[in-house]
Design a protein around this ligand. Structure first.
Ligand code: FAD
Length: 273
């Protein structure tokens, strides 16, 4: 389908973008890579009357050492993540999972900020960032705030970002080059996960994040607690679907998603190297 007509505004600076958002209010939407927004507009599930293009904000496209974390500009593309050596050394799981997003074309356009701000629990990176306790830097006309991943995702395609705010940076605590596994179950290689499970070792603990097991990305707290108490991978993974709210759709029933969560989590824990 063809999207409804809209006004196009190209932002040349963060301040300019925030000004356009303030001016147009709820009518406006930020355009980053367009890999999620444009399809929604074509189906007329999103009908913004103004698109504010952030794509030229190159000063929000970076991967930097922030001391105890890696700082990633919101406009950084998945392709930049999957080829970055600093990220590979300090947060190997983020680099590896970025390579699982869609196909080459999608990864060359899509951004980490778009993946996070879109708030789709079927996206790969949000569950990883949740498992790592990442922080999100959000800027609005009245200043900047930093929101922990645990507080960021509020519902189905919903986050704490207000219509007049811009996500500018993702801060990922360093977890090292190894000690993780991401298990993604889908029917075609480039598709979203029907269910995904990421296991990552952070210090002495193992964190587990779930993709597409509810309205938001989730931590599998039952699994994490069982592991902390010394349970085997098989026994701990049995708790993977506890407290989840998986939906049913054309790809899977809720029960089947629960089964996948247990199986994929066991595999992730066993494959973690
Ligand atoms: C064929 C195909 C396959 C895909 N497969 C996968 C997959 O397997 N796994 C996966 O995780 N994703 C997948 N995607 C989605 C892809 O990862 C997108 O890149 C991502 O979801 C959105 O990023 P974007 O930069 O394109 O954002 P856009 O589409 O431009 O924006 C998405 C939403 O976020 C908002 N937004 C964007 N940036 C910001 C910001 N900095 N601050 C505030 N709001 C912002 C926009 O206003 C919009 O509402 C796929 C997409 C396609 C088309």
């Amino acid at each position: 389908m063809i999207p409804a007509s809209f006004e196009y505004v190209r932002a040349d600076s963060v301040d300019g973008l925030l000004g356009a958002l303030t001016e147009h209010g709820d009518e406006a939407k930020i355009l980053a890579g367009g890999m999620s927004l444009i399809p929604l507009m074509k189906f007329r599930l999103a009908v913004p009357s103004v698109l504010v293009d952030a794509g030229r904000l190159d000063d929000l496209r970076y991967i930097r050492d922030g001391g105890d974390h890696v700082a990633i500009g919101a406009l950084t593309r998945h392709r930049d993540l999957e080829t970055n050596d600093l990220l590979g050394a300090e947060c190997g799981v983020v680099r590896a999972v970025a390579a699982e997003v869609g196909d080459n074309q999608v990864r060359h356009r899509g951004t980490i900020g778009g993946s996070v701000a879109h708030g789709d629990s079927a996206s790969d990176l949000p569950a990883v960032l949740l498992a790592l306790d990442a922080d999100f830097v959000i800027r609005g006309a009245s200043g900047e705030r930093v929101v922990a991943a645990a507080d960021f995702f509020t519902g189905y395609f919903e986050t704490v970002i207000a219509p007049d705010e811009l996500l500018t940076e993702v801060r990922v605590p360093k977890s090292g080059p190894a000690g993780f596994s991401y298990q993604k179950f889908n029917r075609r290689a480039q598709d979203w996960a029907i269910v995904g499970s990421v296991a990552v070792r952070v210090g002495d603990s193992t964190r587990v994040g779930l993709v597409n097991m509810g309205p938001t990305p989730l931590r599998a707290r039952g699994v994490e607690m069982a592991l902390a108490e010394g349970a085997s991978a098989t026994d701990a993974a049995g708790a993977a679907a506890e407290g989840t709210e998986a939906s049913a759709d054309i790809n899977a029933t809720a029960e089947y998603r629960g089964h996948l969560a247990r199986v994929l989590t066991r595999r992730a824990l066993e494959a973690m190297v």
